[in-house]
Write a protein of this length. Structure first.
Length: 742
């Protein structure tokens, strides 16, 4: 598809879409670019060079700084601070004119939550204040209050001005959601509006047991949604029904919670999402970007697009804004995003760089995306496992420790699924009843705070024959984070909580102990090794979830457990071994080598589903300790619960992240090579090929499976079809491979 064909009707996209013609710009602009303008850039912006760069990188849309903290055009509003070196130039307008001449979509970028001091002096009642009445500051800027006239009156008028001057296709805003959860605003607007909404005074501090603080949380969430709707009304009224205000959102649920941005509700009302999600950390890796894409599309829909800001500058542990990110690091982040359904958006800080290496990074990746875009959009995932999450759980169970209570258990399970090469999708706890076709397993990694309706949806899933894995204190708290007397899902778990259990689990979140898990039955009597004479008889067979552990009777644990009440008929293959000294070595022997405290409870339902409840926080421990035994146990649980519904088998060396999708008449399989010592500690400089890989894919109706096209390595393969499975080999994967099976 050529540029002119793509955007030939850009100006009239709304009318064309209504007439059944071309799709609107926000459904077909897949590749984006952004040169984040600094105040110095009006003196040195080489527009013609960047226009050539737009063409070389095959972008279909650009994001151009317009206003907010800094205006890059001569605004009619005297307090709208013009860039220091702008003088009488309209840099924003010049760039929009050039982009439209090149038939590119334009998003006007705002950054709107703070201003210079002169604005504060003119309108002090528009700004956020602490409990002592002092204005909140961000460096030398003053932070505006999202509940005041700055957002309600001033910003909509700025948006209208920008539309009238340049007719952008839409808007985005980097800091649109105002103060975060760590700061309570006590300005007159907040004081008055919270009193009217709740009948209470503003909370004096963050206190999850304070009713006012609890109400303050959802009150702030509602306000951000109101602002989203207000800004969209303003831009559409000025620029037409397709002039969208899209804001900007994080790829982290915890990050969204800190900013009062309800990603489920936002995606439910959005035609397009822009992700400000630029880098990995050592605990999540590149694969977190694939996870992010699937989570967002699970809310947004797979027919919509979600471009992501992909930094070409070095934004590792220390952010070096003007230095180039290693090409391999940037490339792997981009490729994982593609695998999860994210669209590319290269991002440079400043229009002038002395480090010119960064200009070479995006071009080959963007060109590959352009050549293969038909396989990268408008597809649905093929995955039997659903990993359940809830932003409300992050808020009201996670509270002051969302990483330890919520993120780490979730991350441990998602990392185990990736390492086990098991396709999965994130599932919001409010969307369980609309789970994707083919989903046969729900995994609830310590989803502590659950409403009764969410629990009922889990029961309905299991009653339909679905399987369930739950860990930790899942369903032990209500949607406000208040403890229940028992698990709301106790009848499914085959286990009931005790007060001692809840107390022990709360302690284990913040600690690591020298504890173990005992496997049953014990087999060491028949395994070669020294004998003490008191080994129990090796009688009976172990459960399938303990496969691969035949030469050990214990597994390292590190957490704490207390007594549970276990239902008759439930299977308990793992029990808890309490803490004993680790140092000095002479004291390191088990004081209580065996208990009846369950670490894993297994059941099979009347409908044929398999249920595993694991009170031991192995998912969190895997995140923290990266213990191979923890991975194998989690993978075993998933394989057991899935029964024979796994749609993909990938055999061969290395760490491979697998994403499987379906399009009409074909399957699309992404293989991302994470086999690299630098995959676990940024930044990556080199790539290490792996292979060969033997691929087996279960064929759905309508897919013949005998033809395989490799989109990276090139060439076509002939697959063998046997018993409903297509089998083929991939000789080598350098950074990634995409196989199209038809």
């Amino acid at each position: 598809m050529q540029r002119r064909t793509f955007l030939g009707t850009m100006v009239s996209a709304a009318g064309a879409a209504q007439r059944g013609g071309a799709l609107p710009w926000y459904r077909r602009a897949y590749r984006w670019g952004q040169t984040n303008i600094t105040e110095k850039d009006p003196d040195r912006y080489d527009i013609e060079w960047w226009r050539q760069y737009w063409k070389r990188t095959e972008v279909q849309g650009v994001i151009i700084n317009a206003g907010g903290i800094v205006a890059y055009y001569p605004s009619k509003f005297p307090l709208h601070h013009r860039a220091e070196f702008l003088r009488d130039r309209d840099l924003y307008g010049e760039l929009v004119k050039a982009a439209h001449a090149d038939e590119l979509a334009v998003l006007a970028r705002m950054d709107s939550n703070r201003t210079a001091e002169d604005f504060y002096r003119a309108h002090p009642d528009w700004f956020a204040r602490d409990i002592h009445g002092n204005p909140y500051r961000a460096v030398e800027k003053y932070v505006t209050c999202i509940h005041g006239p700055y957002y309600e009156e001033y910003l909509p008028s700025v948006l209208r001005e920008i539309v009238e001057r340049s007719r952008p296709e839409g808007f985005t805003d980097n800091s649109w959601s105002g103060l975060g959860r760590d700061s309570i605003c006590y300005c007159d607007n907040c004081t008055r509006k919270f009193q009217a909404a709740s009948g209470m005074a503003l909370p004096r501090k963050a206190d999850w047991d304070d009713r006012a603080y609890r109400q303050w949380i959802p009150w702030n969430y509602r306000r951000r949604l109101d602002i989203w709707d207000l800004n969209n009304r303003a831009t559409k009224a000025a620029g037409g029904p397709d002039c969208l205000w899209i804001g900007m959102n994080s790829g982290s649920i915890t990050g969204q919670s800190r900013s009062f941005r309800d990603i489920k509700e936002i995606c439910g009302r959005a035609e397009m999402i822009l992700l400000d999600h630029q880098r990995r950390d050592d605990s999540s890796g590149f694969q977190q970007n694939g996870e992010c894409g699937k989570l967002i599309h699970g809310l947004l829909g797979w027919d919509k697009i979600a471009p992501e800001s992909m930094a070409m500058y070095n934004n590792g542990r220390n952010s070096f804004r003007l230095a180039s990110k290693p090409a391999a690091e940037a490339r792997m982040w981009m490729l994982e995003g593609f695998a999860g359904g994210i669209q590319p958006w290269w991002h440079h800080i400043s229009a002038y760089h002395e480090d010119r290496r960064m200009y070479k990074t995006a071009e080959p990746v963007m060109r590959w995306h352009r050549a293969n875009e038909q396989y990268l959009v408008n597809r649905v995932p093929v995955a039997p496992a659903g990993l359940v999450w809830s932003q409300r759980n992050t808020d009201f169970y996670g509270r002051n420790d969302p990483d330890g209570r919520v993120d780490q258990p979730y991350r441990g399970f998602f990392q185990a699924l990736v390492r086990a090469r098991i396709p999965y999708i994130p599932v919001n706890a409010d969307h369980i009843d609309r789970e994707a076709p083919g989903l046969t397993l729900l995994i609830l990694p310590n989803v502590g705070a659950m409403s009764l309706e969410q629990c009922a949806a889990v029961r309905r899933f299991v009653e339909r024959g679905g399987s369930l894995i739950a860990t930790g204190v899942t369903s032990l708290y209500d949607e406000w984070g208040d403890p229940r007397n028992d698990f709301a899902l106790a009848s499914l778990f085959g286990a009931s909580a005790t007060q001692e259990f809840a107390a022990a689990y709360a302690k284990t979140v913040a600690s690591a102990e020298h504890t173990y898990l005992r496997l049953s039955p014990e087999l060491r009597a028949k395994v070669p090794g020294p004998k003490a004479g008191d080994e129990p008889s090796a009688v009976g067979e172990r459960h399938a979830v303990l496969g691969g552990f035949e030469e050990t009777d214990i597994l390292p644990f590190g957490g704490l457990l207390a007594k549970l009440r276990v239902a008759n008929g439930a299977v308990v293959p793992l029990t808890f071994i309490p803490d004993f000294p680790v140092y000095p070595p002479e004291t390191s022997w088990m004081r209580t080598p065996k208990t009846d405290i369950p670490a894993l409870v297994l059941n099979v339902t009347a409908a044929g589903g398999r249920v595993a409840y694991m009170p031991a926080d192995i998912d969190r421990r895997f995140t923290r300790d990266n213990q191979p035994d923890h991975f194998h146990l989690l993978a075993n649980l998933v394989h057991w619960a899935l029964k024979d519904t796994l749609p993909l088998r990938v055999k061969g060396p290395g760490r491979i992240d697998c994403h499987l999708y379906k399009q009409p008449g074909r399957l699309v399989l992404h293989l991302i090579n994470l086999t690299n010592p630098e995959a676990w500690r940024s930044s990556m400089e080199e790539l290490y090929p792996v292979g060969p890989l033997k691929i087996e894919v279960r064929l759905p109706a309508g897919v013949g499976g005998r033809k395989v096209q490799l989109l990276v390595g090139g060439g076509k393969l002939a697959a063998t079809v046997r018993d409903g499975w297509a089998e083929f080999d991939v000789r080598s994967v350098v950074d990634h491979e995409v196989a199209v099976i038809s």
